[in-house]
Structures are given as structure tokens and as C-alpha cells.
Design a protein around this ligand. Structure first.
Ligand SMILES: CC(C)(COP(=O)(O)OP(=O)(O)OC[C@H]1O[C@@H](n2cnc3c(N)ncnc32)[C@H](O)[C@@H]1OP(=O)(O)O)[C@@H](O)C(=O)NCCC(=O)NCCS
Length: 184
């Protein structure tokens, strides 16, 4: 359930990256990382993070269950990446789970997103989810390249779906099937 990556060159302190289900004590550091990605205003829907730490502390108590997962990448006590995935509640869409992820700006392009996404896929298979779904902004080249590399394909585009501080943005829907047979 855990995986390690070598620390990037020139990063003596901090040690290796560990990817694992989130724990309650990760909540504060996670929120700090998430707020900094939100403040970039470009990549994720949120531009400001308002949820209190206690909400995540409580969610991180059951971070890997039938309904969803929170996976973190940590270096020492610092959360440098996070992926969350949540299964649909409706009986006819129970086979679908929606995911989101973020890596701290100073750790991007070093394989952290790859490890997080692998864990999300492992969670999906372990609970019988057949389809992973996500939405991404059209100009988020890094994310789209990562998802394509994992076999996600575009399934549609929601026009002016997000109203960001700089204006409307379309969202591209991408999905990856985890079942054996595409039409099963
Ligand atoms: C998208 C994101 C999660 C990817 O995480 P990451 O740790 O940087 O990804 P990795 O280092 O594992 O890279 C995996 C692949 O992504 C693609 N990729 C990563 N950075 C890229 C870049 N700057 N340009 C183009 N492709 C890129 C490549 O295909 C790469 O594979 P390769 O190394 O074999 O070429 C990260 O960039 C991020 O957090 N961005 C801001 C938040 C965000 O966009 N979240 C997703 C919203 S849908």
C-alpha cells in the first residue's frame, strides 16, 4: 500500500517520497499544499480553500474504503501530493468513481502524480469500480498528458462549466475503463 520514490536531486533534507492512504495527522499539511495549488488559480476548480482542517482530519480517518480514497504523497511530515477518488452513490452509476489530484508546484514532473494515480487505480480495482472519471481544464497540458499516458480518453467537453476569477472555462471529461471488457 506504500511506495517510495527517490528524492529529487539537490533536495538533501526530506528523504524519499512515500505514497500511502492519508492519515488524520496529514490534514494540516495537506490543506497547506492544496491551498497553494488553489492559489495558482489555473489547474483546479477551487481558487480559495475554505474547508477547516478538522473536516479533512475526519475524512482521513477512513481514507481507504468502499466509497472512496484519499491518497497522499509525503516527504517526512510534508504532504507534497494528494489524490482523492469518490464512488458514485446512485445504483446505476455505482461502477463509476470520480477523481481529482494535485502535486505541490516544487515537486511536479518527478513522478509523484504517476504514483498517486497508480494508487487510485489500485483502489478502484480493489473495490470493483469499473470506470474512473475526471474533469480537466483544456490548457492543463501536464495533467492531460498524464491521464492519456494512463489510458484515459476524452469523453466530452462541458462548455463554460467553471466560472473562475479570470472568466469562464470549459472542462474536458476524461475516463478510463478498469473492467476487462469495454462493453461488459
Ligand atoms: C497534473 C499533476 C498532478 C501531474 O503530477 P506530476 O507529479 O507532475 O506528474 P508526473 O511527474 O508523474 O508526470 C507524469 C506524466 O505527466 C506528463 N507531464 C508531467 N508534467 C508535464 C509537463 N509540464 N508538460 C507535459 N507533460 C507533463 C508527462 O506525460 C509525464 O510523463 P513522463 O514523465 O513519462 O513524460 C501536477 O502537474 C499538478 O499537480 N498540477 C497542478 C494541479 C492539477 O493540474 N491537478 C489536476 C487537475 S485535473
Amino acid at each position: 500500500m506504500t511506495d517510495t520514490l527517490p528524492a529529487p536531486a539537490g533536495r538533501a533534507a526530506g528523504g524519499d517520497v512515500i505514497v500511502r492512504p492519508a492519515r488524520p495527522r496529514d490534514a494540516a499539511s495537506f490543506l497547506e499544499m492544496y491551498a497553494s495549488v488553489a492559489a495558482e488559480r489555473r489547474f483546479i476548480r477551487s481558487e480559495v480553500v475554505r474547508q477547516p482542517v478538522r473536516d479533512y482530519r475526519s475524512q482521513f480517518r477512513r481514507s481507504w474504503n468502499d466509497e472512496g480514497a484519499h491518497v497522499v504523497a509525503v516527504v517526512g511530515d510534508r504532504v507534497i501530493g494528494h489524490a482523492s477518488v469518490r464512488r458514485d452513490e446512485h445504483p446505476v452509476t455505482r461502477h463509476v468513481a470520480t477523481l481529482g489530484m494535485a502535486v505541490a508546484a516544487d515537486w511536479r514532473g518527478r513522478g509523484v502524480g504517476t504514483k498517486l494515480l497508480s494508487e487510485v487505480i489500485r483502489w478502484g480495482r480493489s473495490v470493483g469500480v469499473l470506470k474512473l472519471l475526471l474533469s480537466v481544464y483544456p490548457d492543463n497540458e501536464a495533467a492531460i498528458a498524464l491521464y492519456r499516458r494512463f489510458g484515459f480518453v476524452e469523453e466530452g467537453r462541458l462548455a463554460r462549466q467553471s466560472r473562475k476569477s479570470h472568466g469562464f472555462e470549459d472542462e474536458i471529461l476524461m475516463a478510463r475503463w478498469l473492467g476487462e471488457d469495454q462493453r461488459e
